[in-house]
Write a new protein. Structure first.
Length: 203
């Protein structure tokens, strides 16, 4: 199977079928990612199309920002396309649902205390062993409904990190690049999300 970079190289050389293969590879993951933000299948479909149109328009452009021009020397197509999807979703939310946008934009702490500018919470960071849930938990059918309900109760920022990590199999660095956040912030957010999720499942 050709890599993303190989498909892009073929497309830039004039092979339109390569672009079609690339879109088919990411169509469902991008739709699912956007749906987590907007909560509507119809809106997710529209924003997914907008994401791919934006990616197509900017694929040949020089890198101007994370959401424009793709440079394979500086990053992966996967993180680039998910960054476009995130920006597209948040722009839509900001226009259509400003209250929901505020929830996504806010950096909330857990239990007490707020995150500092580095995305850290003193209370959570002081916990030596949060006993994070094993990866297998995300794939056990008997816990699927309970887990899904618990994840929906999390801070939107925490939901995104967990789902990218366990559903879409992103590395922490890929999550950081896609969301435009520092790596240490993503790791800290992942840690707090697991602590909160474990508490919700235990309760």
């Amino acid at each position: 199977m050709p890599t993303d970079e190989q498909l892009i190289e073929k497309y830039l050389a004039g092979d339109d079928e390569a672009l079609r293969s690339l879109i088919e590879r990411y169509l469902k993951p991008i739709h699912n990612f956007i749906y987590r933000y907007v909560g509507s299948d119809g809106d997710a479909e529209d924003l997914t199309q907008e994401t791919f149109v934006s990616a197509w328009k900017n694929l040949k452009k020089p890198v101007l920002s994370l959401s424009k021009g793709f440079d394979p020397q500086k990053g992966k197509f996967k993180t680039w396309i998910f960054a476009i999807a995130k920006n597209t979703s948040l722009n839509w939310i900001k226009k259509k649902k400003p209250d929901l946008f505020s929830a996504f934009s806010a950096k909330s702490g857990f239990a007490s205390g707020e995150e500092n500018e580095n995305g850290e919470n003193a209370l959570i960071e002081s916990i030596a062993d949060p006993s994070p849930l094993p990866d297998e938990l995300f794939h056990r059918a008997d816990l699927a409904l309970k887990l899904s309900a618990a994840i929906k109760k999390l801070n939107p920022n925490h939901q995104t990190v967990l789902l990218l990590r366990y559903n879409d199999h992103f590395t922490f660095r890929e999550i950081a690049e896609s969301l435009g956040e520092p790596l240490h912030t993503i790791k800290s957010r992942h840690r707090r999300a697991l602590i909160t999720l474990k508490r919700l499942l235990t309760d």
